[in-house]
Design a protein around this ligand. Structure first.
Ligand SMILES: *Cc1c(COP(=O)(O)O)cnc(C)c1O
Length: 379
C-alpha cells in the first residue's frame, strides 16, 4: 500500500546505507537512537558501545570528553553543558550534604557563587582560603573535609598554583583534589600527571577557542569521572551534540593557537613592562613551559584615564570572556569581581586600574601598537 503523504515525509522506502567514511565525526543531532530488535536493545544494556538517548550519551559529547582526557593524560573524561556544569559534576561526585570543601579564595567568580550560595543551600560548606599560604589550607581542613579545589592559574592576577604542594596536603589528609585548568590548558600544564584527581575546563575558553560555544569537560580518575557522568545524566547538564562538535573542532588547533597566543602574550608583556605608564604587568613565565598561558594582566598608572584607554583600543573589544582567537580586554572590577567588597578587592590587588588582556593570534606588533597608542591617548 502506498503511504500517505504524512507518512511518506518521515519514512523513506529505500533505506540509505549509513556507513559513509566521513573524515570528521558527523554531528549526531538526535535525541535518541533506534534499535533493530530487542536483542539489539539488550546489547546496549550489556555495554556493546551503542547509544540510547542523547542525555545519557551521544557520540559527539563522548568524543569531546575523551579528547580532552587524552590531552590531560587522564584515563576518563565527561563533557557537560558549561564549565560550571563540569565543575558541579566533579564536586557532586565527591561530596554530599554535610561534607566540607576547602577552596582557593581567588576562584573564578561563577565557581565561587556556586559554592558559596547554591551548594551551601544544600548543606555543602566551603571555606575559602588563600592557597598562596599552604599552612592556611591545612588549617582549614576539618573532620568532614572531602575536597581541595583550586585553579592552576588564577583570574585576573595570574597566580600560578603550587600544584605539587596542594597534592601533598591532599595525600596527607586523604582528600580529593580538583584543579580548574582553564587558563593554562593541557598545552602548558597537566595537573593530572602531577597527582591531581580531577581536572576541569571551561571548554568555552581555550579548548573551544573561537568564542562560539559554551561547554565544559571534567577529566581525571576513572572511578570519580564515572560518578560525575551519572551526575551529568541525572541532573540533565549534558552538552548538546552540536556544541560538543563545535568544541571538538576548535580543540584540533589548540596547540597552534596556544603557541601563537602565548608567544604574542610574552611579547606584549615584555613591551608593556617598558611603558612607564603601566605600573605592573602580570605574566607568569616559565622557560621550560614556554609561558603559562596567553593571558596578560596590567595595572595602569593613575595618570591614565581608564575610560579613555578602553575607548582608544579600536579593534580590541571589551568582552567578559577570554581565550578567543581575537585579542580582547576585560575590566575585572566591573565584571567578574564587581561583587567583591572594595577592601577585599583592594587587598587582592584588583583595583580599577587593572585590565585583563586575552591575547589573540593577530600579529604581535599590531597588538602592542594598539595598547601603546591607547595609553598615549589617555594621558
Ligand atoms: C569561564 C570560566 C569558568 C566557567 O565556565 P562556563 O563555561 O562559563 O560555565 C570556570 N572557571 C574558569 C577559570 C573560567 O574562566
Amino acid at each position: 500500500m502506498r503511504k500517505h503523504f504524512e507518512t511518506e515525509i518521515l519514512h523513506e522506502e529505500k533505506k540509505r546505507e549509513r556507513k559513509f567514511s566521513s573524515k570528521v565525526t558527523p554531528i549526531y543531532q538526535t535525541s535518541a537512537f533506534t534499535f533493530k530488535d530487542l536483542d539489539d536493545l539488550e546489547g546496549f544494556y550489556q555495554g556493546n558501545g551503542s547509544y540510547l538517548y542523547s542525555r545519557t550519551g551521544n557520540p559527539n559529547t563522548d568524543e569531546l570528553g575523551e579528547a580532552v582526557a587524552r590531552l590531560e593524560g587522564a584515563p576518563a573524561g565527561v563533557a557537560a553543558s558549561s564549565g560550571l556544569a563540569a565543575i558541579l559534576a566533579g564536586i557532586l561526585a565527591v561530596v554530599k550534604n554535610g561534607d566540607h570543601i576547602v577552596a582557593a579564595d581567588d576562584l573564578y567568580g561563577g565557581s565561587y557563587h556556586m559554592l558559596e550560595k547554591e551548594l551551601n543551600d544544600f548543606g555543602i560548606e566551603t571555606s575559602f582560603v588563600s592557597f598562596t599560604d599552604q599552612t592556611q589550607v591545612e588549617n582549614a581542613i576539618k573532620e568532614n573535609t572531602k575536597l581541595l579545589y583550586t585553579e592552576s592559574i588564577s583570574n585576573p592576577l595570574l597566580r600560578v598554583e603550587d600544584i605539587e604542594g596542594v597534592v601533598q596536603i591532599a595525600k596527607k589528609h586523604g582528600l580529593i583534589t580538583l584543579v580548574d585548568n582553564t587558563f593554562a590548558t593541557p598545552y602548558h600544564c597537566r595537573p593530572y600527571l602531577m597527582g591531581v584527581d580531577l581536572v576541569v575546563h571551561s571548554a568555552t575558553k581555550y579548548i573551544g577557542g573561537h568564542s562560539d560555544v559554551i561547554s565544559g569537560v571534567l577529566t581525571g580518575r576513572e572511578d570519580i569521572v564515572a560518578q560525575a557522568k551519572t551526575k551529568v545524566v541525572n541532573l540533565g547538564t549534558n552538552v548538546s551534540p552540536f556544541e560538543a562538535w563545535l568544541t571538538v573542532r576548535g580543540l584540533k588547533t589548540l596547540a597552534l593557537r596556544m603557541r601563537a597566543q602565548s608567544s604574542n602574550a610574552r611579547k606584549l608583556a615584555e613591551a608593556l613592562s617598558q611603558n612607564k605608564f603601566i605600573e605592573k604587568v602580570y605574566y607568569p613565565f616559565d622557560k621550560d613551559a614556554e609561558g603559562y598561558s596567553a593571558m596578560v594582566t596590567i595595572q595602569l598608572s593613575k595618570k591614565v584615564d581608564i575610560q579613555q584607554f578602553f575607548r582608544s583600543l579600536s579593534w580590541i573589544k571589551i568582552a567578559p570572556t577570554l581565550a578567543g582567537v581575537e585579542t580582547t580586554v576585560s575590566h575585572p572590577l566591573m565584571t567578574s569581581h564587581r561583587e567583591l567588597p572594595q577592601e577585599v578587592a583592594e587587598a587582592l590587588g584588583i583595583t580599577k586600574e587593572v585590565v585583563r588582556i586575552s591575547v589573540g593570534i593577530e600579529h604581535a606588533e599590531d597588538i602592542i601598537a594598539q595598547f601603546e597608542q591607547a595609553v598615549e591617548k589617555s594621558l
